[in-house]
Design a protein around this ligand. Structure first.
Ligand code: SF4
Length: 445
């Protein structure tokens, strides 16, 4: 359970010395309870206070770091719904290869895992992990494939086998890659956690229900290993949704540590629509890692776009740098368009202008990442602020044309902008970016 301010105050020296920046120990305790201060700000905190408060301030879902460079993070979530604050670490996407697949199929899949790249609103999105599954009793080929997948892709692996010995060998073969060993059941998990620890990997515990999972994670944590991931053996979409939700709710609301780990979900169906539904469920309902059965560019594109929507911080819009952007091959005579620095707005507007076939300049003033109407309502996208930005970037000197196109949604600022930019003609563009091409053909070509 989270500690209250009063309980925290009892653990502090109560001298009210103010060195932490608060007037009293109670005020500091209240800040700690609200997670607005760090205990390290009090130089006089006792070891007992550090121990108790340190445990209480751990995120309810444990953070797991994967990848040789520690570049992939899971867990550390603190809220049940994104709008309460933000989700922290997005669902990692893995693509599976089986040791029974043909060598052509394996090579092609590993190549895709290494090289697939999707660009969305200025972000470069890639496949996070390679999953390697042993489908038969040939441990040797499984271990060889694990080694090959690690070397070829450079990604952390998800190693799945029914055979704990094969898993132990594969774990040793890719030591240092900070991968995930998937124990097929709680007994195997008890056997494998020392192997995971020795080789620097995390251990995914597979359990058939919540009770079995709680018993397994509690036991392994008590034994001294806590780099755990939960893999529930669910059998339907509804069960997957329900199990993930219950586990996450217990972890967050009750601070229940045995369920406070990221989850792992394998998609084993060959039906594309079912696979898509399971993956969407994993991304939207607290999935830590989602393993896709094979490489499918169309599916990945849709899932990564969905994931971007769910896991971006709603309080920090994705922004582009405020500046004058050339689109195509503009000359000083090319027209100037202006819009806000919200990434989505920038990429949609710039794409439509480029699609029209003309070259132009796109002026992007600082609008704190807001969309056009929001920025206008907040006073960040007015005639005077646009004029000031154009002056700051010396637009008059860079561009000889004297036409600037504003978004149709802020037609009301055209008069103010014209007054603030003497010599410039302000054109009111369309409200929707999709109409830019016809606007350009009608007014600017
Ligand atoms: Fe109290 Fe520590 Fe802050 Fe001093 S620094 S007021 S002892 S909490």
């Amino acid at each position: 359970m989270a500690l209250t301010g009063l309980k925290i105050q009892k653990l502090l020296p109560k001298t009210n010395c103010k060195e932490c920046g608060s007037n009293t120990c109670l005020a500091f305790a209240m800040k700690l309870a609200a997670q607005k201060a760090q205990l390290s700000d009090c130089p006089y905190a006792s070891d007992e206070a550090k121990q108790i408060l340190g445990a209480a301030s751990e995120p309810p879902v444990k953070g797991i770091v994967l990848g040789a460079e520690g570049s992939l993070k899971l867990g550390e979530e603190t809220v049940f719904y994104r709008h309460e604050k933000t989700f922290v670490n997005q669902t990692a996407l893995a693509v599976n290869v089986n040791n029974t697949d043909s060598s052509e199929c394996i090579d092609a899949t590993l190549d895709h895992i290494k090289n697939y790249l999707l660009e969305r609103v200025g972000e470069e999105l890639r496949i996070d992990l390679a999953a390697v599954t042993q489908k038969d009793n040939d441990a040797e080929s499984f271990v060889a494939l694990a080694r090959k997948a690690s070397e070829t892709t450079g990604r952390p692996l998800v190693l799945r086998s029914h055979d704990p010995k094969a898993l132990a060998e594969a774990a040793a073969a890719v030591k240092g890659s900070r991968s995930v060993i998937v124990a097929p059941n709680p007994d195997a998990a008890s056997e494998l956690w020392p192997v995971a620890g020795e080789n620097g990997h995390a251990l995914a515990v597979t359990a058939k229900d919540m009770d079995e999972m709680v018993a397994a994670t509690s036991c392994i944590k008590e034994a001294g290993f806590n780099e755990l991931i939960m893999s529930f053996g669910t059998h339907s979409l509804a069960e997957q949704f329900q199990t993930n939700s219950i586990a996450r709710r217990h972890a967050l609301k009750d601070r229940y540590k045995p369920l406070g780990y990221p989850s792992l979900h394998f998609i084993d169906t060959e039906d594309e629509m079912d696979a898509m539904a399971e993956a969407v469920n994993a991304i939207t309902k607290f999935g830590g890692i989602c393993v896709l059965p094979a490489f499918d560019a169309a599916m990945l594109s849709a899932l990564m776009t969905l994931r971007l929507n769910i896991y971006t911080d709603p309080q920090k819009p994705i922004q582009v740098e405020p500046k004058l952007y050339p689109l195509g091959d503009p000359t000083p005579e090319s027209p100037v368009f202006v819009t806000t620095n919200f990434s989505l707005t920038y990429f949609i507007v710039s794409g439509e202008i480029e699609n029209s076939g003309i070259s132009a300049w796109l002026a992007i003033p600082e609008c704190e990442g807001m969309s056009v109407l929001t920025a206008w309502a907040a006073g960040k996208f007015s005639g005077s602020s646009i004029a000031k930005f154009c002056k700051d970037i010396s637009l008059d000197e860079q561009v000889k044309s004297r036409q600037i196109v504003i978004p149709g949604y802020v037609a009301q600022i055209s008069g103010e902008l014209e007054e603030s930019m003497p010599g410039w003609e302000v054109l009111v563009g369309p409200q929707e970016s999709a109409d830019l091409e016809s606007f350009i053909k009608a007014r600017l070509s």
